[in-house]
Design a protein around this ligand. Sequence first.
Ligand code: UN1
Length: 508
Amino acid sequence: MTETATTPPGVTPTEVPTFRHFIAGEWTDSTSGTTFESHNPADERDIIGRFQQGTAADVAMAVSAAWAARPMWQRTPAPKRGEIMFAFAYLMAEHKERLARAMTREMGKVLSEARGDVQEGIDIAYLMAGEGRRMSGETVPSELPDKWAMSIRQPIGIAGIITPWNFPMAIPCWKIMPALVTGNVVIFKPASDTPHCATLLVELMAEAGFPPGVVNLITGGGAEVGDAIVDNPDIGVISFTGSSTTGRSISVKAGQRLKRLSLELGGKNGVVVLKDADLDLAADGILWSAFGTTGQRCTACSRVIVDRVVAEPLLERLETRARKLRLGSGLDETTDVGPLINADAVDKVASYIDIGNGEGELVTGGGRATTGDLTHGHFFEPTIFAGVGPMDRIGQEEIFGPVLSVIPVDGYNEAMLALNQTRYGLSSSIYTQDVNTAFRAMRDFETGIVYVNAGTTGAETHLPFGGWKETGNGHREAGHVALDTYTEWKSIYVDFSGRLQRAQIDNQ
Ligand code: UN1
């Protein structure tokens, strides 16, 4: 163990560990013979580990292992599959603090939010473990006498799970848990920015007792590993969360192979604040939704659509509170806002500041934060633009960082139109004290999630999660509807009349 120039102050110098793929229940090296590093975004000098640079050959090996495990896992009774999932959930709960700290170190989000991310994984594991004893089909009357009619769910086969870095434990669990409980086997490719979080999850899955081959982990780049998963004819369903650009390209490839595909892509989530709103409450919700997770949630608020009458007092509150937010390492409990995920993300956010300066009025923030302890991290100031037009680029394009646009409008109708005038439709919110207006918004807002008197983030795992329009392709995660992504329906008719009965004919 030697102290090197790459060891930051406060970080114990250790040898950088190397992590492996998980295939057929064994931790194995990639056929590439090469690795990539994962770094702490709050301090790039802190190297978390070296991870296998996966290849198409590695994916093929994982697919063989999954294929071999598939009949056994499908025949395992669903309640038993659920029991193993409960064991996994208990292990996650037991290791919650360790997992959360590892997540903050690798992904950057502040510790309280990392604990929430782990908790969301636990929640979905409990929910899906329970599905092991539900997973309901339908039994309906037949139109003919002495005939039984029912439907059941059956697994698709191998599920390819491709996950982002922003919820590095919750989102893999959202996808892997419903896939497994319904009897699918899994090839899991996490984002290259958070392979350690994924490895820790898979370690616990192995410990919980998922049999060899049921969950396989391959790390590496999208072009190599992601494409190999999408192209593999034996992988029957793909679930992807990430950028719209990647989602589109996966969609084309999966479409050619007629694969089941669940996409969860971009967002431009808005909060509407009407003149009767509690402005302090609204400011709290907006700040939390816009700058929590450094604006890097799919559900993050990046537009405030405010009635002109209250624009000034709302802006005052937002500005005062935004200026007080403390940037820093998420491991420091006094930090409010952690770093962005990497240098590219900082460049992207910075490019939108240039665009925003030509469109709105910069109220606060707008710069990279590089002083003191922040020097080696990817920090960006919480930023607010006022006077933005609904169709301005900063009001329309997903920035995925701490940049909030305030768009003034006149009254509910204009606000509703502005809110809906976007290609995306994940989450939205309205602040009003008028119950009639609240119900209008619940009816009118074209998003998969609507909040009343709360910000745009914080979806719970037992309701459907997903977006309208270009946010996705119509599938939903979480809730019992998540099972739809990973199952085929089979309708079964049993005729116990002992004679030929012709549906639609003999009963007319
Ligand atoms: C995401 O950013 O893709 O509703 C997931 C929320 C969280 C999940 C966000 N429960 O903000």
